[in-house]
Design a protein around this ligand. Sequence first.
Ligand code: IVH
Length: 700
Amino acid sequence: MTPRSIIERVEELRILLNNAAHAYYVLDEPLINDSVYDRLYKELIDLEGKHPELKTSDSPTQRIGGEPVERFQRVRHRVPLFSLDNVFSFEEFASWHKRLNKTLQGKINREKLSSEASMVAELKIDGNALALTYQDGILLRAATRGDGEEGEDITTNVRTISSIPLRLLIKDPPPWVEVRGEAFMPDAVFSRINLEREGRGEVLFANPRNACAGTLRQLDPQVVASRGLDFFAYTVHLSPDLNSRDDSFLNLTCQWEALSWLKRVGFKVNPHAAFIQNLDQVRAFSNKWASDRDQLPYATDGLVIKVNDFSLQSSAGFTQKAPRWAIALKFAAEEVPSKLIRITFQVGRTGAVTPIAIFEPVLLAGTSVSRATLHNADRIADLDLCSGDTVVVRKSGEIIPAVVRVLKELRPSFAKRLIIPNQCPECFSELERELGKSVTRCMNTACPAILRGVLRHWVSKSSLDVEGFGTKLIHQLVASSLVHSIADLYRLDLHALTSLDRMGPKSASNLISSLDASKKQPWHRQLYGLGIDHVGAVNAKSLAKKFQNSDQLSSAVSNNFDAVQSISGIGPEIASSLKEWFSKDSNQKILFDLKEVGFSLGKVDVLEKASAHQEDLPKPLEGRTFVLTGIMNSLNRNQAEILIEEAGGKVSSSVSSKTDYLVAGNKTGNKRIKAERLGIRIIDEIGLMDLLNPDSPISH
Ligand code: IVH
């Protein structure tokens, strides 16, 4: 029997420590100093050590106690997590508001709705939604949003977030309650972590939201604990029935009360929520935060405006994917003027010349920006860009910066119209522009810039994934004339490599090992690595499946063109591009040389076994069809396609009733509208990652 005095002391310590943590992490008003906290914490650890029977899951000592997991369990949400419809301007918001009030007027008798519905405006935190289930006041489960119906159980990770209570701070907690909110990574933590990653030579996180998503899906809770995530709560559900907003158990009748209940029971609630009674107040609130958001220590990408009254929310109801009683009013993309310094011209692996605008550094969406692609000659002409111009640069969230227009009124008198030069900036050979096309190309196959591009593509992650070959090294290898082709990479020896600046024998031998290892990469990667126009990673896979090796493919494109173009996903354009590529002697030489240095350029038994093994892996997306639209943040379209296909799913190019999911990035258009009309589930890339396996590369 554990002595009563010990049981009481353990309980007392927990309350003390929980209150202290709440004061520190949630209220930002420390109650006791760190050394007192540490002493009490140690006392509790000791007592729990001596009396393990007293350990409970809500003890403050259990925040980082979780063991690393192999993968996360999928869990079905008792109440689905809906997403929000977006509007992008105050005018659009006003028409949404008008429609909503009309709907409500039609449904509610006049006494109840004498005027327009009151609203609550909140900041839209740019993080990742979490659903936290508390049973009898104790945190039982924390899940990601997933596709809204099913998410992943990331409880051990979420327990490490200090501002999330493990036990609700009330005497009589409801038997079941689900709290929803947004986990996020504060900007300062994001910068610190990226700085550390840079120091270790690791890939940087693109933005705080991706860093947060990547962190939440870490398999080791210790890592999560070190990443300083935070959480704002914004919704309470007391009943698993979505349409029952009868939260009578707590006497909650509206969102405003829900927010204060959340605060009372120990959650961090964003302090900037506002009670709204008319449109003017929304306008003022939105104008204020469109500029003041830069001063916040975390990212927000808009406002969420919600009907306050729960019974009115029930009357408004839901569409397929979103509540009718709430809307996200997104902030406009940031635009700032800057002075154009010059244009540089980059020559890519296909010889295409891309003009890049270099301008005075400006702060945009939290980062310093000083260059933006101008794409091609037509774009320069459309902008009417001249030397000395002041340009307007835009960057919304993590989308790449762009020059959107020129401020002609500020144009200096000496201004000269900018054009693409006649000669390649690298090899000085004549540039060519095909009639009717906007691309200008360097046609010199020996151009060092083209060679660098070819090599960069060959060693890249989705091609041969040769470790250690960064841009700088490739530059050195080409400039020093050690490498004139892909095959030359494989002819490098220790002597040649150590002759390079700052290259020790250890690094040199590592590079040789990575090159050797890359020879074992599967055939489809070798094919993709060749960089044939229009042959992306997915097409390379289909081709490699059909044709055992480069000889078969080469002969098929010249002798059996129809067979090639009839392969699903290939078609006449890709088939012609293949035909052209294989018909060139210079490319046949590339193939010959690659074989000479040890490439199979075809299927090998071992690899087939490896891919057979892959067939055994679970296929979570088996039988599901996806359509991709818009620009994604951390994946490009090819990568998304590969991930979906590897998980057994199918990617189709157009939305139909057979589509299961639309994966929508930023800037979506018709596909999204069609999907909404057909009631198809729309997910973002985080949703996609949630559907895939837990080791997904969202963080990279
Ligand atoms: S309410 C059914 N409030 O925005 C209503 N969402 O684009 C659901 N979000 O998935 C959400 N801040 O992850 C709500 N104050 C806030 C929010 C918020 C951020 C996120 C949430 C949601 C996404 C929809």
